[in-house]
Design a protein around this ligand. Structure first.
Ligand code: HEM
Length: 232
């Protein structure tokens, strides 16, 4: 591969650019994921949600985009962990002398991003085993027949609904969504900054959009398990 590219991508700024680009792509995934998942609230035995899930797992264009999504998750997580370790080492060697200045503030924020990001990564592994693995290869999932379909389709709705009959699962998801919100609260704005898109006029707007998005996504995702638990 091109050496300047490898050098760039493994440099500190290169890692941050990768984090910013993959982070923004992951946010766009989360918006679509939430809109799709809100169909879990439409009742009617989950037909709308199951048909949507079937479309998402069988459409060739969406399947191809999914590979980009998995690669982005891996890149974002790996680069994030590497940057986090580097920042921790830098903090260790600088001691407390720099704590009072702005650099220390920025490194504190990035330390927090790493810690919260790691919690989200653990959440994601559990989440993917619960739903994504089951959708593709699991034995816990049953199929359902709908009028107008010439073959039975996966009853993913029943699996999600069953998962949220457990109050501890509901609590786990709600707590994790708070972490997702906190991560995006800082992350959205930080991505624009890394990409050099700071502007006197636009930065306040980016800040507001980032905050509205974080709250809307965290609250939107958190409502699903709560609503399903209360309406089982
Ligand atoms: C209450 C909240 C959520 C519910 C009910 C939910 C539900 C689901 C379900 C049913 C699937 C399997 C369907 C499929 O593979 O298309 C899935 C996949 C997935 N979820 Fe979630 N999800 C939630 C929150 C999140 C959050 C916050 C993240 C990220 C931090 C996330 C990341 C993913 C990913 C990466 C996949 C795999 C998508 C793919 O294969 O294209 N989910 N989710």
């Amino acid at each position: 591969m091109n050496t300047w590219f490898v050098r760039f991508i493994t440099s500190s700024i290169g890692k941050k650019v990768v984090m910013a680009l993959t982070g923004l792509f992951l946010i766009s995934f989360l918006i679509i994921h939430l809109i799709g998942n809100l169909q879990l609230l439409s009742g009617a035995g989950g037909q709308a949600f199951n048909e949507y899930a079937y479309f998402m797992t069988h459409n060739p264009l969406i399947k191809a985009t999914s590979y980009g999504l998995y690669a982005s998750i891996l890149l974002h997580a790996i680069q994030g962990i590497l940057l986090w370790i580097k920042n921790r080492q830098a903090r260790g060697s600088q001691g407390y002398a720099v704590k009072a200045n702005r650099t220390a503030g920025a490194s504190k924020a990035s330390y927090r991003m790493g810690a919260i990001g790691s919690i989200i990564l653990i959440f994601l592994v559990i989440h993917l085993i619960q739903f994504w693995y089951q959708t593709h290869w699991g034995s816990q999932i049953e199929t359902v027949d709908y009028e107008g379909w010439d073959q039975p389709i996966n009853d993913l709705y029943a699996l999600v609904a069953f998962t949220y009959t457990n109050i501890w699962m509901v609590v786990f998801y709600v707590v994790c969504m708070i972490f997702v919100g906190l991560h995006l609260w800082h992350g959205f704005e930080s991505a624009f900054q890394t990409l050099g898109l700071s502007h006197e006029k636009w930065t306040p707007l980016v800040k507001i959009v980032g905050r509205v998005l974080s709250v809307a996504l965290a609250a939107g995702f958190a409502i699903i398990p709560i609503w399903m638990y209360l309406n089982q």
